[in-house]
Design a binder for this molecule. Structure first.
Ligand code: DGL
Length: 296
């Protein structure tokens, strides 16, 4: 990251209230897999979801770009009144969560590939990890592997093309299956019995992956663990919504996209059974000022 890249001032932060929404953000549609789990576990919580689809995939962006967008979106969510944030993107977490923690005092939950659960379940002691290149090369990921996978052989595979497929709402085309086969068959050949879905877009590919690996692999998806972590953190801060405050219906979820939102709406309908309207939002950042102004 460039020195002096970010202004030192913290954003103005309102006092948080338990009735306020939880902000959830991803580079695109992948965070809906986390939103689905949060909604299942914490139905009383109001949610604001931001898909930065205009700039997805983050996995192909430079580190500074990812940090810039992540911080701008987190600040935007706080300005919208969010009482806690879930960075539902492994890539943004790996790259930028430390910076966001420095800058914002809002309770913050990140996501990371499920190396720890994989180490607990793998019998062959070989596990595959599918994640973006940015996640796999991050210091955070290396630390995770060193900490939890001492006796586990970890086969890292960048999932080039997979985020793009989900963003197109392609979760089962022949081309996608061929791509997935090229990624997971070498893992099977190497004896892997566990596959970590290290990107929040990938749980939407579970049926496609299952059609290739059958029962030979355990798929590790951490979205439910993230929802539990959110519950714990809200509890620690006295910020859990009471059952009377809201209920799990489409009106309690505000869907926002920096793109036209059509795919977000399609996936929300397919995955969550919600006929949700999607707001197009403009979230300028240092690296994207003119392009956002043009989009407005
Ligand atoms: N869902 C994001 C993740 O968990 C995808 C990153 C990207 O846009 O490349 O890593």
């Amino acid at each position: 990251m460039h020195p002096n890249t970010f202004a030192p001032l913290p954003v103005n932060q309102p006092a948080f209230s338990s009735a306020a929404p939880v902000g959830i953000f991803d580079s695109g549609l992948g965070g809906l897999s986390v939103l689905r789990a949060v909604r299942g576990l914490l139905p009383a919580e109001r949610l604001v979801y931001v898909a930065d689809s205009r700039y997805a995939p983050y996995g192909q962006r430079d580190d500074d770009f990812i940090a810039d967008r992540t911080l701008a979106i987190c600040e935007w969510l706080v300005a919208q009144g969010a009482k806690a944030l879930v960075v539902a993107c492994n890539t943004a977490t790996a790259q930028s969560i430390a910076l966001v923690r420095e800058r914002l005092s809002v309770p913050l939950i990140g996501v990371e590939p499920g190396i720890k659960p994989a180490a607990l379940v793998s019998k062959t002691r070989v596990a595959g990890v599918l994640a973006t290149q940015v996640t796999l090369r991050s210091a955070r990921f290396q630390t995770l592997v060193e900490r939890h996978a001492a006796d586990l052989r970890v086969l890292c595979q960048p999932g080039h093309g997979l985020v793009e497929a989900v963003e197109r709402c392609d979760i089962g085309s022949p081309e996608l299956l061929a791509l997935l086969r090229a990624y997971v068959e070498p893992m099977l050949d190497a004896g892997a019995d566990t596959l970590v879905l290290g990107c929040t877009h990938y749980p939407f590919l579970d049926t496609a992956i299952r059609s290739i690996v059958g029962e030979r692999m355990t798929l590790v998806d951490t979205s439910i663990a993230i929802a539990r972590q959110l519950e714990r953190v809200l509890g620690q801060h006295g910020l859990c919504a009471s059952a009377g405050e809201a209920s799990a219906n489409a009106d309690d979820i505000r869907f926002c996209s920096t793109s036209d939102g059509a795919h977000l709406r399609e996936l929300a309908a397919a995955l969550l059974g919600l006929d949700a309207s999607v707001e197009r939002v403009v979230i300028p950042s240092r690296r994207t000022p003119e392009r956002e102004a043009n989009a407005a």
